[in-house]
Design a protein around this ligand. Structure first.
Ligand code: HEC
Length: 238
């Protein structure tokens, strides 16, 4: 036995924990692929899929939201069509007063007003709604902040445990630092690029690169640890 010490990784709970975390990670990746890969109509996951998921495939923020997360608040398809027609026909003030204001009052202002759930974006008059028509489509700030917070914390913790177990495995030091730093670096590049997509959709390439680095290094750490943990420490010494 090496220095008379027991290898933590030969313990069943550590192997089980790592296996469960790796299965969870792979399921997360499969879910990501499933929700995004058909955005451009083609089966392979591409940078275009990432761009369409960001903009919803719409030209402006109002359409992105009324056909997306705000859809359940509209009372009917007719109301949806009315807003769409209003945008297509130039988003005029007279048409707004006639047919859009009643929809906003009944279906949107409960939240989109001072003191409402969506007070960050009041939609109580023509100018405020027009701003959304002229705004490029993107996830809204609270939505993106929430998603970033949840993912940085959960993936960060997952990486911490996988890296910790990986650091106990019998692999050269440089390999340990390289793979765990690549995984954390990939996570940061992925999310930083997602935010930078507000500036230019070309940053979708950064997302793809960051995510690939994160996924490949995490998988490598998990697989190497599981393979190495199958061996008794004394076998690892040549
Ligand atoms: C129950 C509360 C609620 C109602 C009702 C509601 N919204 Fe929202 N809205 C939100 C929240 C919360 C967000 C931020 C999260 C998101 O974008 O999904 C939001 C985001 C938006 C945004 C994006 C704002 C931005 O700054 O990017 C638009 C546009 C929008 N809503 C339009 C509407 C319209 C039009 C209606 C009415 C048909 C409506 N909303 C009804 C809560 C609501």
């Amino acid at each position: 036995m090496l220095d008379g010490k027991a290898n933590h990784l030969t313990s069943l709970p550590a192997k089980l924990l790592l296996t469960i975390l790796m299965v969870g990670f792979l399921l997360g990746e499969a879910l990501l692929w499933k929700t995004m890969h058909l955005a451009d109509g083609r089966p392979a996951l591409s940078v275009r899929d990432l761009q369409i998921s960001f903009t919803g495939g719409y030209d402006n923020q109002l359409e992105n939201k009324i056909y997306g997360t705000m859809r359940p608040y509209l009372p009917s398809v007719k109301a949806l069509d009315e807003i769409h027609e209003w945008i297509v026909h130039g988003a005029t003030k007279s048409e707004f007063d006639h047919s859009i204001m009643p929809i906003l009052k009944n279906s949107c202002m409960g939240c989109h007003r001072h003191g409402g759930k969506a007070s960050f974006r009041p939609l109580t008059n023509y100018e405020q709604l027009l701003e959304m028509v002229n705004h490029p489509p993107a996830p809204s700030l609270p939505e993106q902040l929430n998603f970033t917070k949840i993912h940085i914390v959960t993936i960060g913790l997952l990486l911490f445990v996988i890296s910790y177990l990986f650091f106990q495995a019998d692999v050269p030091c440089w390999c340990k630092y390289l793979l765990s730093a690549t995984a954390y670096g990939g996570l940061l590049i992925d999310f930083a690029s997602w935010w930078a997509m507000h500036w230019s959709l070309e940053f979708a390439y950064g997302r793809a690169l960051g995510h690939a680095l994160l996924a490949l290094s995490t998988l490598s750490m998990g697989i190497i640890t599981l393979i190495k943990s199958g061996r008794h420490p004394s076998q690892a010494v040549s």
